[in-house]
Design a binder for this molecule. Structure first.
Ligand code: PLP
Ligand code: COI
Length: 365
């Protein structure tokens, strides 16, 4: 099945207008979910061939799953994150959703899960946004965060790819991920890695995030909001944060970001920043950058800005890099010219204030 309209079951108990207004006035991040979900079932032979069926929009609610299904034991799961934005004229738009659909297929392939056709992904997300449209906030910096995921749902305790799976999308009104535009201090995890060569680092799967939680807690104990991972086998080459990619801005306006080596996530925000910067005439280098180069660059002033980026975080200036026995101070400019320009272009295109000259936005309502 590729194209199919979604069956609809009405929610008998949607959130009241009063409750909704309260939530939308201060949505936070990931705290509240909407009235509906989109779901599609899959069954097949566990080797990639099978059928997607029962596409539906139904009331938000718990899943009932057998405790022996493989997602609970072997972590066969992948997910995505994208946002729907309400523009001034009331219209609603998605940012590059086809890129999320493609990445979900790549992640699924790595986790031996079935690949959802892109059209079905787009239809699920679009149908859910339309159904839950009253949940889309319109305040500055707000959006409806969409979380599509696929889980293995076959009851079987042997280790092999599941022959059944569920694709589901949940939605959550969202404001700033960090709750503040201030620079975010980062913890450099020396002890832990989130991914290794040949592993699942380039896939968006739950296991990568489970592996990041202990170092994340370590970071929080040191006053940091995110953890950074480096590759010990490559002179501590910078990889990425627990949930964001990283950019450095050099004094001459060059942007440097770690190359996609297979161990980091191919961020859609990262890709968009590269296109925006190149259009403006910046040189963008996708290459190895070590912690040592970072330290020397900040000390000498060669590195003038450092920021993190992702769907949830958008573009967030990075403050200090803190580790067990030292720190690298924040770069000279924490909300520098380049960071600020990129953020205003990116959020401007997303919210309709800046012309979408790349054709990134897809109208939903
Ligand atoms: N890296 C990791 C580990 C992430 O979880 C995310 C967030 O999705 C990103 C990078 C940024 O990716 P994107 O810009 O597609 O949201
Ligand atoms: C995103 O930016 O969409 C992420 O997935 C990051 C984090 C919330 C897991």
């Amino acid at each position: 099945m590729t194209q199919q309209s979604f069956a609809f079951t009405e929610n008998p108990d949607p959130a009241s207008s009063a409750r909704l207004n309260e939530i939308l006035a201060a949505p936070g991040f990931g705290e509240y979910t909407t009235d509906y979900v989109a779901k599609v079932d899959w069954s097949g032979d566990g080797a990639g061939s099978g059928e997607w069926k029962n596409a539906r929009i139904e009331p938000y609610g718990p899943l009932v799953l057998d405790p022996a299904v493989s997602v609970f034991h072997y972590g066969q799961e992948v997910f995505e994150g994208l946002k729907a934005y309400r523009h001034m004229d009331g219209s609603v738009w998605l940012f590059r959703p086809e890129a999320n659909a493609q990445r979900l297929r790549r992640s699924a392939r790595r986790l031996a899960l079935p690949e959802l056709p892109d059209e079905l992904f787009l239809e699920a997300v679009t149908s859910l946004v339309r159904q839950d449209s009253r949940w889309i906030p319109d305040g500055e910096g707000t959006s409806l965060y969409l979380r599509p995921f696929i889980i293995a749902t076959e009851k079987f305790l042997g280790v092999r790819p599941s022959r059944e799976a569920l694709f589901e999308v949940v939605a959550s009104p969202a404001a700033n991920y960090f709750g503040t535009p201030e620079p975010v201090d980062i913890w450099w995890s020396r002890k832990y890695a989130r991914a290794g060569v040949g592993g699942t680092g380039a896939a968006k799967c739950g296991g990568n995030y489970a592996a990041s939680l202990v170092p994340q807690m370590e970071g929080e104990a040191h006053g940091c909001k995110q953890v950074m991972f480096t590759d010990e086998n490559r002179d501590h080459a910078v990889e990425e944060l627990g949930g964001m990619n990283v950019f450095f801005v050099l004094r001459d306006g060059t942007l440097v970001t770690p190359a996609l080596t297979g161990t980091i996530l191919e961020g859609i925000t990262r890709m968009s920043i590269i296109e925006l910067a190149q259009e403006r005439g910046h040189t963008v280098e996708e290459r190895t950058i070590t912690v040592d180069e970072w330290r020397r660059g900040v000390e000498s002033g060669e590195i003038s800005e450092v920021f993190a980026c992702g769907t949830a975080a958008v573009i967030a200036p990075m403050g200090r890099l803190v580790y067990e026995d030292g720190e690298i101070p924040a770069a000279a400019q924490t909300n520098g010219e380049v960071t600020t320009w990129l953020r205003s272009q990116l959020t401007g295109i997303q919210t309709g204030r800046v012309e979408d000259r790349f054709g990134w936005m897809q109208q939903v309502i």
